[in-house]
Design a protein around this ligand. Structure first.
Ligand code: PMH
Length: 413
């Protein structure tokens, strides 16, 4: 993202217009619908900076930008995180890494998930680092890999998450022997992942940590000293910044969210939520007492009521379970009424508001706020899910110091 090159103008009652500021001024529409997510890049920058200050010495900081950077935009977040001092990036699968390469990202990218050995060649072609996660995977990889290849990889140890990784000392010894016997493997890292780092009770965490130390010891016994040894996700690094070996994998806290409700009370650094979601009233009417609203005619007006239609629906990620939730209009919480449709929903207004009035689903409006944590609580889930579930058909608008600096409209891109 070339910050400052483009300037986005938000007009009060219409969609975003993008002004290209080079030579003669060209005006073009960035998107045409009345719904958008806003990503505060300054918040992400500050969150990464605060984490940088928290971890002592020269520790590697890996920005986790999988799942389109938790819904915030992979390339945009990658660039801002790297500017803020991240050293490398992590994604879930190879396609996500290739997408970043195609968008011009040159820094090291680790795929945290399983890359089928069938696609090792592709990983090599795109200069992507893979995760070696079992003896069986290493055996297969060794049989495919040319001796002159340089497959960069991190070795994953399963210390108790039960997802991916080498689980026993015996398996690790055997795996290390295979790695040592093949010149095509480049062991850049060893890592594990905690299952309970976001809980205040740390007994399971301690067990995992101790086992990881032992497993790292075995790797070293085989005369390997991988440059990066890492175990910490956000929760682990926020709670135990001195116990992170020499690298961290920063996800949720980079986006300004607490890894759990429990940890919110004990966070050592401030976190600023970067994501907000907005729309506009596209239709407004006064309905008579007894009128019904939306599919199933489940909502019945108790009196003559102002009802507005908002172009947000479950296909945007605002799922039907949110049908009894609220939105902000003019700084006041108002209820969604009737069932949420695929592309639209209705809200009840305390008075007439004109078409084009801003409606906030997540974020601040005139001193009031709906946080991601509140939405997650309503859905009985974790905050991670909320920005992830906002669909790709919702354009992402990037802001800095309240200025709109870029737009990503995935549909028209
Ligand atoms: N490392 C690995 C291996 C991960 O799977 C994740 C997040 C992170 C680091 C970043 O964690 P954080 O966002 O808590 O900082 N993975 C997931 C997941 O699989 N489900 O929710 C979060």
């Amino acid at each position: 993202m070339k910050f400052g090159y483009r300037c986005i103008i938000l007009t009060e009652e219409s969609t975003f217009r993008m002004v290209l500021k080079k030579g003669s001024v060209v005006v073009m529409d960035a998107f045409y619908r009345e719904t958008w997510a806003e990503i505060d890049v300054e918040a992400i920058f500050q969150n990464v900076n605060h984490v940088r200050e928290l971890i002592p010495g020269h520790k590697m900081l890996m920005a986790v930008v999988k799942a389109n950077a938790y819904g915030h935009g992979d390339k945009e977040v990658a660039e801002i995180a790297l500017q803020a001092g991240a050293d490398m990036l992590a994604v879930a699968f190879l396609d996500e890494a290739i997408a970043l390469r195609k968008k011009g990202i040159k820094e090291s990218i680790l795929v945290l998930g399983a890359v089928p050995t069938l696609h090792i060649q592709t990983a090599l072609e795109w200069d992507v680092t893979v995760t070696a996660y079992s003896k069986a995977w290493i055996e297969e990889a060794a049989s495919i890999l040319g001796e002159n290849s340089q497959l960069h990889m991190h070795l994953k140890i399963d210390t108790g998450m039960g997802r991916l990784g080498i689980r026993t000392k015996e398996e690790l010894h055997k795996t290390m022997k295979i790695i040592a016997s093949h010149s095509g493997f480049v062991l850049d890292g060893v890592f594990t992942h905690f299952a309970t780092a976001d809980e205040l009770n740390s007994s399971y965490f301690e067990e995992q940590y101790t086992f990881f130390e032992e497993m790292v010891g075995i790797v070293k016994e085989h005369n390997f000293t991988p440059p990066m040894i890492h175990c910490a996700n956000s929760a682990a690094l926020l709670r135990r910044p001195n116990d992170i070996f020499n690298g961290v994998r920063l996800g949720i806290s980079m986006y300004g969210l607490s890894p759990s409700e429990e940890l919110k009370e004990v966070l050592p650094i401030p976190l600023k939520q970067a994501f907000s979601l907005h729309s506009r009233i596209v239709h407004v009417k006064k309905v008579k007492k007894g009128s019904h609203i939306s599919y199933g005619a489940t909502y019945e007006a108790k009196e003559d009521e102002w009802i507005a239609t908002i172009p947000v629906g479950y296909a945007d990620g605002w799922i039907r379970k949110l049908s009894n939730f609220e939105v902000l209009v003019d700084g006041v919480k108002v209820p969604i009424v009737g069932r949420i449709c695929m592309d639209q929903l209705m809200i009840k207004l305390p008075k007439m508001y004109k078409m084009g009035t801003k409606v906030t689903f997540i974020g601040k409006q005139k001193g009031a706020e709906i946080t991601i944590d509140e939405v997650a609580k309503h859905l009985e889930t974790i905050n991670y899910e909320i920005p992830c579930m906002v669909a790709a058909r919702v354009p992402r608008v990037y802001t800095r110091d309240s200025q709109h600096i870029d737009v990503n409209n995935y549909i028209l891109r």
